[in-house]
Design a protein around this ligand. Sequence first.
Ligand code: FES
Ligand code: FE2
Length: 358
Amino acid sequence: MPTAPEHQHVREVVRSPFPVPFGWFQVCWATELAVGDIRPVDYFDRKLVVWRDEDGAPHVNDAFCPHLGAHFAFGGSVHGTDLACPFHGWRFDAAGRNTLIPYSERTNRKACVRTYPTVERNGLVMAWYHPLGEPPAWEIPVVPEFNDPDGYTPMETREYEIQAPWQELAENGVDAAHFRYVHHTEQVPELESYETEGPRTSMRSIQKFPTPRGVVDGRIDADSFGPGFSVIRFSGIVDTILMGCNTPVGRNRCHMRFSFTVARLGDDALSSTVGQAFVAEIDKQVQEDTPIWQNKAYLARPALADTDGPFTRFRKWASQFYAEDVDDSQLVYAPAETHESAVVETASRRFGSDPFAD
Ligand code: FES
Ligand SMILES: [Fe+2]
């Protein structure tokens, strides 16, 4: 008896209405990419490579060679400012053009690799992704605190892979009420202002921070530059600056990276202790948020309280980053499966590195 094809049909669950947003996104930390390195990464529902040429410039391009499809990161090599394929030695420049076929007199003008504008700034390597190949529409700013080794501690990092769409994670920033219930902070942060302008948002708020020595009044000032890059300044305990980078692996999965620095207090043992306590608190908050994010439904029309944060303005701001169709056929978009918390154990947690200590 033939097997009935209808039994094999699995309806794909639409997890969210949203495609992958466009913008600048972190693809690695600068220290992870030495000259000549070629790293395989999966972002934007694509296979990519991040590589550094012999002049020191980082590049991002599609992973597969246009000749016969080899993955550049598995045996490929860097020659000057060209990338060489491991399979038959073809070379490509930073614009993705074929510059050499070692066994031919000619190059192949049609053999083109898709490339992504790439910058190294604030210790991060960031690539511009746009599904239709549009050029960058804004810049990633220099963050002074991450370029001031005398005034601020070396960068401390954390990273997480979270099975949820970009927008669901980003929406956390305007959700003041969840801090009390998910993170058990003493008080809901008091929003002073929330402004959006083009790709930017700026949020100013007052927050009480729990510390080992009691609750301290503080501020949180958060600035976003598109969907992939936010700078959050915490003050009150000790000035701590966080770059939050949320890179879509695909439409339903994110790689979130945090880079912290703490103002040096003269007494570096203190900035080390306070900084570590702060990083541990933020890390704990992500682990508390993760099961909510991974298992929640996206509601097109949430039932909000009048004292909830500026969700509507946030969603309007977020909507500008979708160049492809947004699915508006449903009111409720639920995840396909239930998830255990899936927080990645990072190298610095596993090996107990102590970048705050001098
Ligand atoms: S597959 Fe890359 S050179 Fe042949
Ligand atoms: Fe949270």
